[in-house]
Design a protein around this ligand. Structure first.
Ligand code: NAD
Length: 668
């Protein structure tokens, strides 16, 4: 299809005549069949809801077809309406548009649905098994049409993928406001997602899926490298001593697949279990994992050899992780670091596979006998935790990888909770990312060159490197390690060939670094040194955007970790300080009802407006969270916010008075 035809098709929105039916493409990775949760009246409602996107003359045909989709897949995806053109992050000017900002948003959302990037592209799922960009293809078509026609005086409103419409606003307003999965709190249990998603009225946007900010595996390679490297630093200070240490974990999926790559960068021997042969093969073909083993005997021999030879090598076990852990216990092998990245945020719908069943048997049981499936998962989780406990007692450092492993294991009745109600193990945010990064304002700052030109990306890398190196010269000791880790990362980023999909980059930076890098890029665009707008954004897994008591805010200890004011304040504050689009999500990472997270996109076009917006918005976007973390008495955040107040005269943050705990003894 030519670019002109593509533009015409986008502008046409939902076609007036029915496109031909599409064959189900078996070569692609598809979402599992979802639970059959609706009663008869609700199924009719789901059909009525789906049909409202289409002219009445098509209802007879589509009603039958959608009823069949609901029966076969548990959802109505409207497969017939999947466009014939290839969806990917095209150069910005290839998208029909009235507003450059809107074209940049099309570039970003298209990337989330690119076959090379998305986990289940035909079901509009980007990652994490249920991280949806839209609920169905009608929403996609309509949103693209709206974005192609919107001006800089309008704002598009997206309700869980549904484009409610474009409303008059002004040039400093966001072009798009996204909310995903906002529920009345009492209706936010996992089965509520199943039901209301099947009805077509809500979706699980994960973090960067429903907010159009996914940049493929790079984001996760960087974050995982920082985490695994610092986990290794926790058990051993010298690089030499870390060689040959054994790291055992699970998951070669969307995010989890970065673990073996990160472990190799950190110089460790790693074993990652993965039950799905397709996922294992993908990561092996990509070179993210060195060796695949199906046979546990052979694997164990290989592990012993690698540890003895202090080989930095990544091994994968194709099978159930519990079989691996139990075997390691039986063999009395010393595991130095342990973790888990199964999708336990989604335990009953394919996020975690029970031991003793093949993948196919499990998938069948999940759809046909969900109660039995739940029982088997819980039984497996108890065994899983027991094996971890045995190895931890022998010195293994275990951390929860923010996937709700400890939470679900405790709900399954595993021996994982201390007498005071806390978990036996810390999460990676409590031990690593919180105190070392988030509390200082360091978080996953990312950008995308909408020219889709690698030369632009190279220039932005150079600008970022200059800023970080300059900051390092005068940085306090507290943040030198973070800066030097990111200087090393950005220096090698181009050679490491991390781009999949859009021309994107990520690094961890604090408020000052984010602003200075963004200013430098905006200036370079104005001077035509960068050929097209750059989109700034971030992962929601950051300092301020996310309230998640078992993950991002798990190192908040004043009780407020169960509140979501920070994420909501962040979303609103970003909106009126100049974000081009903003999003607020229920769920993401640890699960529906368990987290509130928000993000933004900010388009740099070289203008003075962009310069003003970036300064205001990025400053707030980081310092909101540092202020909250310092109020929670986190010492690193207290350091960071006081430093920021010294730099910024019109910032005044309420500082906590610390209490001498002896005073409290005997009072209650
Ligand atoms: N990487 C990070 O920085 C990070 C941070 C926070 C949270 N997480 C969490 O990690 C989890 C994983 O994310 P993902 O995108 O990789 O999900 P995913 O679903 O793509 O991958 C998980 C993998 O685990 C495999 N698996 C499930 N149960 C198994 C079992 N019993 N034995 C062997 N393999 C099994 C699945 O087949 C799947 O491939 C999510 O809950 C996510 O929220 C990741």
């Amino acid at each position: 299809m030519t670019t002109a035809e593509f533009k015409k098709t986008v502008l046409a929105g939902i076609p007036t005549e029915l496109p031909a039916l599409k064959e189900f493409d078996k070569t692609l990775n598809h979402a599992p069949k979802r639970k059959d949760i609706l009663n008869e009246a609700e199924k009719k409602l789901a059909l009525r809801n789906a049909l409202r996107y289409f002219d009445k003359k098509h209802h007879a045909v589509l009603a039958k077809e959608f009823a069949e989709e609901l029966k076969t897949y548990g959802r109505i995806y409207m497969y017939r309406f999947r466009p014939d053109y290839k969806i990917y992050a095209r150069p910005i000017n290839d998208f029909p548009h009235q507003s450059k900002q809107a074209a940049a948003i099309m570039h970003m959302l298209s990337n989330n649905l690119d076959y090379a990037v998305a986990q289940h592209p035909h079901e509009l799922i980007t990652y994490g098994g249920n991280g949806a960009v839209f609920q169905n293809w009608a929403q996609y078509l309509l949103t693209m049409q709206y974005l192609a026609t919107i001006t800089d005086e309008q704002t598009l409103t997206l309700y869980s993928g549904h484009p409610m419409g474009i409303f008059p606003s002004h040039k400093d307003a966001p072009r798009v406001v996204i909310t995903n999965g906002m529920m009345i709190p009492n209706y936010s249990k996992p089965d509520d997602w199943e039901k209301f998603n099947a009805l077509g009225v809500t979706q699980y946007g994960q973090m960067t899926a429903g907010s159009f900010m996914y940049i493929g595996p790079q984001g996760i390679v960087h974050g995982t490298t920082i985490t695994v490297m610092n986990a290794a630093r926790k058990i051993s200070k010298s690089e030499e001593d870390r060689k040959g240490k054994l790291f055992v974990t699970c998951g070669l999926g969307g995010m989890s697949g970065a673990q073996p790559k990160a472990a190799k960068i950190a110089g460790l021997v790693s074993v990652t279990a993965e039950i799905n042969p397709k996922a294992a093969k993908t990561r092996h073909t990509q070179g993210w994992v060195d060796e695949l083993h199906e046979n546990l005997d052979e694997l164990i021999t290989r592990v012993k050899k690698a540890v003895a030879a202090k080989e930095a090598v990544s091994l994968a076990y194709q099978g159930n992780v519990v079989d691996l852990w139990e075997r390691l216990v039986k063999e009395n092998i010393k595991v130095d670091i342990g973790s888990d990245q199964t999708s336990l945020h989604n335990p009953w719908a394919g996020g975690y596979y029970p031991a003793g069943f093949s993948l196919e048997e499990s998938n069948k049981m999940m759809a046909e006998n969900p109660a039995q499936f739940k029982k088997e998962v819980q039984k497996t989780l108890v065994r899983h935790a027991n094996a971890v406990n045995t190895l931890a007692a022998k010195g293994m450092y275990f951390f929860d990888y923010g996937n709700a492993f400890l939470l679900e294991a405790s709900r399954a009745g595993a021996d994982i909770v201390n007498a005071d109600g806390t978990f036996k193990y810390k999460s990676y945010v409590q031990d690593i990312l919180g105190p070392m990064c988030f509390d200082y304002g360091f978080g996953p700052f990312r950008w995308v060159c909408t020219s889709a030109d690698a030369n632009d990306l190279k220039k932005t890398d150079e600008l970022a490197l200059e800023v970080l190196q300059d900051m390092y010269k005068t940085a306090p000791d507290e943040i030198k390690q973070q800066l030097s880790d990111n200087i090393a990362w950005i220096k090698n980023a181009m050679e490491n060939n991390l781009v999949v999909g859009s021309q994107a980059r990520i690094l961890y930076a604090d408020s000052e670094a984010r602003i200075r890098i963004a200013e430098a890029m905006n200036k370079a665009i104005a001077e035509n040194k960068i050929s097209a707008p750059v989109v700034l954004g971030r992962d929601h897994h950051d300092v301020s955007g996310t309230d998640s008591p078992y993950r991002e805010t798990s190192n908040i200890y004043d009780g407020s970790q169960f509140t979501a004011d920070m994420a909501v304040q962040n979303f609103v504050g970003d909106a009126f300080r100049g974000a081009t689009w903003i999003s607020l999500h229920n769920g993401g990472g640890v699960g529906w009802g368990e987290v509130m997270n928000g993000g933004f996109g900010l388009v740099l076009d070289g203008s003075a407006d962009a310069d003003r917006r970036l300064k205001q918005m990025l400053f707030w976007d980081v310092n909101n969270g540092i202020a909250r973390r310092s109020w929670a008495r986190n010492k690193e955040a207290l350091f960071a916010i006081k430093r920021e107040m010294n730099r910024t005269p019109n910032l005044k943050v309420t500082i906590p008075n610390l209490v001498d705990d002896n005073l409290l003894e005997g009072l209650v």
